[in-house]
Write a protein that binds this ligand. Structure first.
Ligand SMILES: [Zn+2]
Length: 432
C-alpha cells in the first residue's frame, strides 16, 4: 500500500530508545504502515522535534474541568473527598447542555496540548436537565470529534446512590434503571459512532452504584462483547467499610466473587486496596489506573503498589478530575508518591532499571491495553498517534538522545509538547 504521509522527526522513539533517521509511513486510514530507515521523501518533516507515541489518558471526567479555579479555600477547616463531592454535585445540578459541551471541548483541547492523543472518558453524567435523554453521551462524542482526540467512551451504569440506597437528587442525572436499559442505550450509541477514533467501553461507576448481581451481569456481557470494563474501586476508606458491612468483604474481594476473569477490567484508584487483594487482581490480568494528581488534590491517600513486573505492566494513569491536565506530572507523581511512602527511589523501573522508560510505558502502551486500543507505540499496525516534543525549549537544552527521555519526564510540563497527531491528523499547537 502506498503511504499517505511520511513523517520524519529528528528523533523517533522506537520502543526502547530515540533513533535518528527514522521515518514513519502512514496509510490513508491513519495507521502506521512502516517504521525505519525508509529512505522516502518526507511529507511531514519535523526539525528539532522528537516523536513519542501520544499519551493515553485512561481515566477522565471531562465536565469536572468546570470545578477548576474553585474549591481550594477551607474557611471552616479541613475538608475531604465527600465535601468535594458535594461541590461536584452542585456543578452537576446547574449544568445545561451548552455548558457541558463547552467544558468537554476545553478539557479535550487541553489534553491534546498536553500530548494526550486518546482518552478513556469515564462517563456517568448522562442526562440533560429534567430529562432522561442520554443527550450528554452524544455531546461528549461530538466534543471529542470537534477536537480530534481519540475517545473510548466508557459509558457508566449508575443505579443506586450507595449500597442498597436510592439515588440522591443530584444523582438523578446519572441514572440508568436496569442492565437492559444500559445495553439498549449502548447499542444505540454504537450505531452513532462514525469515526474510527471513537469506540465504547462498559462501566459500573462503583460498588456504591449497583448491586453485585448487576455488576456480574454487566461484566459478563462486556466479556462476551470483547470490550473494556472499568470501575472505581476503593478510593475512600468509607467505601471499603460500607462494602464490608454489606457483603462481609472489601470491594476488590467482592468483585472477585462476581466477575469471571479480569483481563478486560481496569480498577480505578485502588487507594485503599489490601496488597494481597491487589496482587490477586493484577495476577488475574486486571489493570489498576492511578490518578496521582487528583488523588493528591482530594486527599485520598497513596496506594500500596507492588514494585515490579508483572504488576507494573498493568498500571495506567488518568487525569480524572482534570483540575490539572499534564501527563508528565502524573508520571512523576506516580513515582514520587511511591518514593515518599517507601523512602526509596526507583519504584517503577523497567528491566534495565530505567524509571522514565517504565513511566512512559505506563502512560502509553499500558493505557492502550486498558482501553482496548491499537495505540501507545510507534510500530506498524498501530494508529498513527504521536506527540512531538520541542527540542528547542529551555528545559531540554543540552539533552542528547540518551538523556532526552529522563529530562522530558522529570523536567518538563506541557510547554515541551509542540504538536500532536491522531490517526494521521496533525494539530500544531504553536500555530493555533
Ligand atoms: Zn473517576
Amino acid at each position: 500500500m502506498k503511504p499517505r504521509q511520511v513523517v520524519h522527526a529528528d528523533w523517533t522513539w522506537t520502543g526502547k530508545r530515540f533513533e535518528s533517521d527514522v521515518q514513519i509511513a502512514v496509510d490513508a486510514a491513519g495507521r502506521i504502515l512502516q517504521v525505519g530507515a525508509l529512505d522516502l521523501k518526507p511529507t511531514k518533516r519535523l526539525p528539532r522535534r522528537a516523536l513519542l507515541p501520544g499519551f493515553i489518558n485512561t481515566h477522565s471526567h471531562a465536565f469536572q474541568r468546570g470545578l477548576r479555579g474553585s474549591g481550594e479555600d477551607f474557611p471552616h477547616g479541613k475538608e475531604n473527598f465527600w465535601s468535594w463531592r458535594e461541590a461536584m454535585y452542585r456543578l452537576v445540578t446547574d449544568l445545561n447542555d451548552e455548558a457541558f459541551y463547552r467544558l468537554c471541548l476545553q478539557a479535550f483541547r487541553e489534553m491534546r496540548a498536553a500530548g494526550i492523543t486518546a482518552v478513556g472518558e469515564f462517563h456517568y453524567f448522562h442526562h440533560s436537565k429534567n430529562a432522561t435523554d442520554y443527550e450528554f453521551d452524544r455531546l461528549l462524542l461530538k466534543a471529542a470529534g470537534a477536537v480530534g482526540i481519540r475517545i473510548v467512551l466508557l459509558n457508566a451504569y449508575y443505579k443506586t446512590g450507595g449500597i442498597g440506597q436510592p439515588l440522591g437528587a443530584a444523582q438523578q442525572r446519572f441514572r440508568t434503571s436496569s442492565p437492559e436499559e444500559y445495553w439498549r442505550n449502548f447499542d444505540r450509541l454504537q450505531d452513532e459512532l462514525e469515526d474510527p477514533t471513537q469506540s465504547l467501553g462498559a462501566v459500573v461507576h462503583s460498588l456504591r452504584a449497583a448491586s453485585l448481581e448487576d455488576i456480574g451481569q454487566l461484566h459478563a456481557e462486556s466479556v462476551r462483547r470483547s470490550i473494556p470494563f472499568h470501575i472505581h474501586v476503593e478510593e475512600q476508606q468509607k467505601e471499603v467499610a460500607d462494602s464490608i458491612a454489606a457483603y462481609g468483604k472489601p470491594p476488590m474481594a467482592a468483585l472477585d466473587g462476581v466477575m469471571r476473569g479480569m483481563h478486560n477490567v481496569t480498577a480505578v484508584h485502588c487507594t485503599h486496596t489490601d496488597p494481597a487483594d491487589m496482587a490477586r487482581f493484577l495476577n488475574a490480568g486486571g489493570t489498576a489506573c492511578i490518578c496521582p494528581t487528583t488523588e493528591g488534590n482530594l486527599g485520598d491517600g497513596v496506594p500500596e503498589l507492588p514494585g515490579h513486573h508483572p504488576a507494573d505492566g498493568r498500571i495506567t494513569l488518568g487525569t480524572d478530575s482534570n483540575l490539572r491536565i499534564c501527563m508528565t506530572e502524573e508520571m512523576r507523581w506516580l513515582e514520587y508518591g511511591q518514593r515518599l511512602a517507601n523512602q526509596s527511589r526507583g519504584m517503577h523501573t523497567d528491566g534495565t532499571g530505567s524509571t522514565a522508560r517504565r513511566l512512559l510505558q505506563i502512560a502509553t502502551a499500558n493505557g492502550a491495553k486498558s482501553l482496548g486500543l491499537d495505540a501507545g507505540r510507534i510500530e506498524a499496525g498501530a494508529w498513527a498517534d504521536f506527540a512531538a516534543i520541542d527540542l528547542a525549549v529551555p528545559a531540554l537544552r543540552g539533552c542528547d538522545e540518551t538523556t532526552l527521555l529522563d529530562a522530558f519526564v522529570f523536567g518538563t510540563a506541557n510547554g515541551a509538547v509542540a504538536e500532536t497527531c491522531v490517526g494521521g491528523r496533525w494539530d500544531d499547537l504553536r500555530t493555533r
